[in-house]
Design a protein around this ligand. Structure first.
Ligand code: PGA
Length: 250
């Protein structure tokens, strides 16, 4: 089931998400947190790190599991998710890199399951809170339309739209790797709580398709309707195409 919270803007929504994460960390110092990359969660990470520092919170027992990573992009490339998570989560929060896990697959990996990562998540006790963004085509992680809802962590192929959207982080679209390793929707559905953030009108169609239509694999975000505890934090622009009657029900 998905709850929806609409805030006037990204700043307010990010502050609420940062507070939720902060409360979790204070209550459960060994919490396991799933972290997303992309522009959307960056402000929430910044605000969380400020709170953690200001209140001198012990972060030494936390564990983090990144949602995804490109294949065949060196980890020291500034846009690898190893680098991005290090820059936005590990360093600002002051956690040891050994507490932060990013999925990995060899440069010549073929499409298919990558089971060790789900096993690592399970061995850590499962994910308490999984953060998510959403692509314009509704993807969550790199689970592109058509990905089975029970997929484990796997290597998958990016759509042209996703490579085009992510080319803003690279010099050209050709430089965006065509393959990535991603937690599967099955992995995401096992998290105890999922928090999806979406801001701006470019996400309005994906949000409508995730909430207002029955779950279907061509709409990856709609798979979150099958999650036992999921909340969408939206700004008004991202929520603009969702019928207000539906939001009342939620
Ligand atoms: P964004 O990406 O946060 O950079 O918009 C979201 C996504 O593609 O999942």
């Amino acid at each position: 089931m998905v709850k929806v919270k609409i805030l006037p803007d990204k700043e307010n929504a990010s502050a609420e998400v940062a507070q939720e994460l902060y409360d979790l960390i204070v209550e459960k110092p060994d919490a396991v947190i799933g972290v997303a990359t992309g522009s959307t969660p960056e402000l929430a990470y910044e605000l969380l790190a400020e709170k953690v520092k200001a209140n001198n919170i012990d972060v030494s027992q936390l564990q983090f599991f990144a949602l995804d990573e490109y294949i065949n992009l060196p980890w020291d490339h500034p846009e690898s998710y190893h680098s991005v998570i290090n820059r936005t989560v590990t360093v600002p929060l002051g956690v040891d890199p050994s507490q932060v896990h990013v999925p990995e697959a060899p440069d010549d990996a073929a499409e298919g399951p990558v089971r060790y990562y789900d096993e690592q998540i399970e061995a850590a006790g499962g994910i308490d809170v999984q953060l998510l963004g959403i692509g314009r085509n509704g993807h969550i992680g790199f689970n592109e339309p058509g990905t089975p809802f029970d997929a484990p962590t796997h290597v998958g192929r990016l759509t042209d739209m996703t490579r085009q959207d992510n080319s803003r982080f690279f010099d050209s679209v050709e430089e965006v790797p065509p393959l990535a390793v991603t937690q599967g929707i099955g992995t995401i559905l096992k998290s105890r709580k999922a928090i999806l953030m979406a801001f701006g009108d470019a996400k309005a169609d994906a949000i409508r398709d995730s909430l207002a239509q029955p779950p279907a694999e061509e709409r990856p975000g709609s798979g979150l309707q099958l999650h036992s505890d999921c909340i969408f934090y939206l700004d008004e622009a991202a929520a603009a195409k969702v019928d207000s009657e539906l939001l009342k029900v939620n």
